[in-house]
Design a protein around this ligand. Sequence first.
Ligand code: NAD
Length: 409
Amino acid sequence: MSAYETAEYYFDQSARLMGLSDNMQRLLLTPEREVKVQVAIEMDNGEIATYIGFRTQHDQARGPYKGGLRYHHEVDQDEVLALATLMTWKTSVVNIPFGGAKGGIQVNEKKLSPGELERLTRRFVDAIHDVIGPDKDIPAPDMGTNAQVMAWIMNQYQKFHGFNPACVTGKPTELHGAEGRDEATGRGVGLMMMQLMAKQKIDPKLQTVAIQGFGNVGSYLARYLYDQQVKVIAVSDAYGGVVSYEGLNIPKLWEYAQQNGSIAGYPESEPLDNKSLLAIDADFLVPAALGGVLKVDNMKDVRAKYIIEAANNPTTPEADRYFESKGIIVMPDILVNAGGVTVSYFEWVQNQQYFKWELDRTRREMDRIMTESFEKIWEIATQKKISLRLAAYFLGIGRVGKATVLGGI
Ligand code: NAD
């Protein structure tokens, strides 16, 4: 099943439950605009390299399109569309005034020099600057992109349209970025886990966690859990994994990863491959890297009681149905990782108002929004006796549907 078929499957399930007409389903699911562009750059050795870039704008019934920009060799139009639809439901779940979009360039970004990465980003903005902007579509970081890439996007966009830092979020704090945007997604995931533990009446200090991915999301999540005294026993990244059943010392692991570019080989642990990480005997399993990682091939190996979808689209429908049949609770991506877009919203607000918030305020407001969304979804799931995923879609699609009807076409 492709990434988009997965997203469509979850939409269909909820739409049926909500009794949405076929016409309404088609209207809500059809993307409003899909852009595909050539991005040609000169490499450091003088050769020309040509890449393909995408920006898909799914829905803007509730506000300007909003969504990340991914640099990865597996990016394609199907995946970008799937992720754009997820953004529409996600911004709606946390009730911030945005629609949904996503973008990406099919490139192995790790093989590019900083200069090549900058030229790639600037050429991509040259190709799409007319369809993005603070009131149109606001990109943000995702896999393979970071604050530096966002700074280049802002700078290049401004060459065409003049000063306007709200055209992109996730910028460096020295250049109109919001305090706390870096940590926001991982911190939000951690907060959702703490809320779930409270509902399940389990002691956080007695829980064990395995995390796939130690990038922006995985590393800040690990740090948050460590501070809450939750034991992170296993972590992996693209180069390998590590395990320590006594609990990993996350600040030390963080430092090691900074110095070595990976967690692989961290001394105070045993090595672990990615396949074994997903099957490890931990209470919580957190995919925080790629989509589609929990699937038919490995679903029966999973031993965790809770799956927390920090990554976008990590669970295929077959695996989702299997986990539900086994009583494994899955917290869905469109709630779990919404902390990032929530703080992106705060950054956009601050840029529009030329007024900077303190970190404390960002954390307080994000915690409030995420907690309220969690409580609403929990209530819907309990009342309707449905999974947390269906409840989140129910809330998200419902709000977009209402806005669409109110606005008219
Ligand atoms: P990132 O590029 O900072 O980090 C990705 C991590 O995944 C890296 O540690 C990388 O080594 C690891 N990885 C890559 N391939 C792997 C593999 N095959 N096995 C194990 N690990 C692998 O990306 P990120 O921003 O942390 O995003 C991670 C996930 O979270 C993505 O699905 C993204 O869409 C989602 N997400 C990110 C944000 C955000 O604010 N950054 C917000 C919402 C959702």
